[in-house]
Design a protein around this ligand. Structure first.
Ligand code: GLN
Ligand code: ZN
Length: 769
């Protein structure tokens, strides 16, 4: 019989219970036992939901207190030396120290000496908005079993009467996702040492009673080197053992393509394919699947929130059944459900017309079971479910909410000159300098200023209905006036309004644009305890009215100095939302760009001379396969330019990005043709400037001189040194001085001295160059 399986369930809890428990634990308010209790309750609840939905294979060890890659680091004892770990098992303090680092104060409190310990780096999990902690590998690295979490959680479920399928991150992906701490070192060479630990985990799981283990190897959908292919063969030959449970090799986030025959050749019990992203891989997989393998079909989208087109899924399922018969076919989501919100039923006030178009994690479980019953019991058994899905789909396709003729019309008439500034940068920049009257090395910030406790309270009061909108808006104006006054006192040159009206740089715009929907409880884990509520982009995008003009012009009225208007760019709005699946992403992005273009025009018309369009997500939109990069970068750059190019030559366009690895997309960054780009650089000590120099980056740059991720206040001298490095590469006429990123997570007590030092460092250099 066909079985319904799941690859992973969201951990954070409907009310973000895990977040509150973990943060409470960090703050000393929640005991280790209480944290463990909350975690256990969440696991139990999630297992029971899956059981009640009728799933045949339910995952365990998909839960994590922080991150599943960090769990794997703990599992194999790959704790970097600087954390001073020596125990048998990785304790909670070490676990969280790897995630968050250790501050000097904490060391002191524990009676230890030292200057603090840096956490592991964090980076994006493939092309999702989930961040994992990056394992660190070096040639002398050894591994040993240092956590029994997979076995414990398997037994925990068993004691509840629930048989689960433990999930492990596969050894090859684990090594490939890590970073060498010694230049030129290839972590794959550690495979020999790593495999015995995996074998031991598998042995123990088998002894505990596990029949199957899900082993995730998402790297199989990316470009692999010959060494990596070889590593896959070696690893799975070694893990195929009668003392181990049967392995389910899971791949997701794309098609196997040139790695298909490799994946199908590995000696495992079953292979999972992502048939949402890559339905075309089903036929070749059916043609080449060895006779003793089962195939797991990823039919329900684990990356998006749309209700499944059950007829389309059923067609794929039917093909698999014809080729393999019911005993060799499983059904699952395309990937773990970690990346979608938990429950549609937890949305009290969702637009009633759009609600039936959607499925969150719990609804997706039902879809999986419907497909299973369709296969096993025939259409009659699930007629109602199929009908409901068809109706929802037909209504969605026919809905006037989805299409806006005026937007389509406009999109059909895009002309190349709409995405081009009138004059080249050098001429524009001269006109802008004449208009803005700025000194050399102008100082500015990235947009947000501290979001205070008071602001959060006012917001909550507004939401509860305890504060009138008018009073709230007056409070925002006072906040803006205060923020402007502080910047003037600090001596900054280009000011910002501080973004107090924005809870989130994406949600704020999504709330005002037509075509977007925001949710109340649709939390998705971004990293650790941090969650976001990605808006749902369901229809053509238009702008009913100005979104930011009111606040930015208010700020401009408070000062003689130029105020920079801050907008979130089209690629970032796209990238950080759940997007429609009924048209190419590029077209959706162009629609957003047109809406933002109107905002830019309105800001300019209101007298704003500097406009910043943030694109922190430009890089993470890169497709997993290199081959697909140029096409993506082309439309992404076009969308930015479409947004920006509406302005006059003497209006200055800034952009901002906060990551330091630019190397491989510098060409696209040049092509954005922003007058000024501010980028994260302080954390890496300006290392990225080399690339800018090599590329002869033509426009103005503000490499961050102040690392805003830490509460530390950098000294004037420190920032002078960073500026010295920048000046070695960038002529003073084109160098700007700013922090790495926005300041909203910092306190005024940190921000004010840091910015004072920054302004002073700029002044000192101004006098010298
Ligand atoms: N303007 C935003 C801010 O200052 C930019 C945030 C970001 O780059 N992620 O907060
Ligand atoms: Zn940033």
């Amino acid at each position: 019989m066909v079985q319904a399986t799941n690859l992973g369930f969201p951990r954070i809890g409907l009310q973000r219970e895990l977040k509150w428990a973990v943060e409470g634990y960090w703050a000393g308010r929640v005991s280790e036992e209480a944290l463990a209790d909350t975690a256990r309750q969440l696991r139990t609840r999630h297992w029971r939901w899956q059981q009640a939905a009728g799933l045949d294979q339910i995952p365990s060890n998909d839960f994590s207190l922080y991150d599943h890659v960090l769990d794997t680091i703990a599992l194999v004892g790959a704790v970097p030396e600087r954390f001073g770990w020596q125990g048998e098992v990785v304790d909670l303090a070490t676990y969280f120290a790897m995630a968050r680092g250790v501050q000097e104060k904490e060391l002191e409190a524990r009676g230890l000496e030292g200057t603090g310990v840096l956490p592991l780096e964090m980076t994006k999990w493939f092309d999702t908005n989930y961040h994992y902690l990056v394992p660190e590998f070096y040639p002398e690295q050894t591994f040993r079993l240092a956590s029994t979490k997979p076995i414990d959680e398997y037994l925990e479920a068993k004691s509840l009467g629930i048989e689960t399928r433990p999930v492990l991150l596969g050894p090859v992906s684990f090594l490939l996702l890590g970073r060498a701490t010694v230049p030129g070192f290839n972590p794959l060479t550690l495979l020999d040492r790593l495999l015995p630990v995996y074998a031991e985990v598998l042995r123990r799981l088998k002894a505990a009673g596990a029949r199957y283990v899900q082993i995730d190897e998402p790297c199989l959908v990316s470009d692999l080197t010959p060494e990596a292919r070889q590593a896959y063969q070696q690893a799975y030959a070694a893990l195929n053992h009668s003392d181990h449970p049967a392995l389910v090799l899971t791949t997701y986030f794309g098609g196997l393509e040139d790695n298909l025959s490799l994946a199908l050749s590995l000696p495992v019990a079953a292979v999972h394919l992502d048939l949402v992203r890559a339905p075309e891989q089903l036929e070749p997989a059916l043609a080449h699947l060895p006779a003793d393998r089962m195939l797991s079909l990823g039919l329900v989208d684990g990356r998006n929130v749309w209700r499944t087109d059950l007829d389309a899924a059923a067609a794929l399922l039917k093909r698999a059944l014809e080729a393999l018969g019911p005993d060799r076919v499983w059904i699952g989501p395309s990937c773990s459900l970690l990346h979608v919100p938990i429950d549609l039923d937890a949305e009290p006030d969702l637009d009633p017309e759009i609600r039936p178009w959607l499925a969150f994690a719990r609804q997706k479980l039902e879809e999986l079971v419907t497909l299973k019953r369709l296969a096993n019991e025939g259409e009659a058994a699930v007629r109602d479910q199929l009908e409901a899905a068809r109706r929802a789909r037909a209504e969605r396709l026919a809905s006037p909410r989805r299409t806006n003729p005026a937007v389509r019309q406009r999109l059909a008439h895009l002309s190349p000159d709409m995405a081009r500034r009138k004059r080249p940068f050098a001429e524009r920049y001269e006109r802008q300098r004449a208009r803005l009257q700025l000194p050399l090395l102008p100082t500015t910030t990235i947009g947000s200023f501290p979001q205070t406790e008071e602001l959060r309270k006012k917001r909550a009061a507004l939401r509860r209905g305890d504060l009138a909108r008018e009073a709230y808006e007056q409070f925002l104006e006072r906040t803006i006036a205060d923020t402007i006054a502080r910047q003037e006192a600090l001596g900054l040159d280009v000011l910002v309004h501080g973004e107090p009206e924005r809870t989130d740089m994406v949600e704020y715009f999504a709330e005002q644009l037509q075509g977007f929907l925001v949710t109340r409880n649709g939390w998705v884990q971004s990293y650790g305890t941090r969650c976001v509520r990605p808006p749902i982009l369901y229809g053509d995008v238009s702008r009913p009215g100005p979104m930011t003009v009111r606040w930015i012009t208010y700020a401009q009225q408070c000062t003689e100095r130029p105020v920079k208007g801050i907008l979130t760019g089209p690629v970032t709005l796209l990238q950080w939302s759940f997007v429609r699946d009924d048209q190419p992403r590029a077209d959706t992005c162009r629609q957003i760009a047109l809406a933002l273009r109107d905002e830019v025009a309105d800001l300019e018309a209101a007298g704003i001379a500097v406009i910043q369009i943030d694109e922190p997500a430009l890089r993470e939109g890169l497709p997993l396969r290199r081959r697909d990069w140029p096409a993506y970068l082309e439309w992404a750059v076009e969308c930015f330019r479409l947004t920006a190019s509406v302005v006059r030559d003497d209006t200055q366009i800034h952009t901002h990005m906060c990551y330091a690895d630019f190397e491989d997309i510098l060409e696209a960054i040049v092509a954005l043709d922003a007058d000024v780009i501010s980028i994260e650089a302080a954390r890496s000590g300006m290392a990225l400037l080399e690339a800018f120099q090599r590329f002869q980056y033509p426009n103005a740059i503000g490499p961050g001189v102040y690392d805003i991720h830490s509460p530390r206040v950098p000294s004037v001298e420190e920032m002078e040194t960073l500026l010295e490095r920048a000046l070695a590469v960038i002529p003073p006429e084109r160098l700007w001085v700013n922090p790495d990123c926005g300041l909203k997570t910092r306190r005024w007590t940190e921000v004010e001295p840091a910015l004072r030092h920054m302004v002073e460092a700029a002044r000192r250099w101004r006098a010298r160059v």
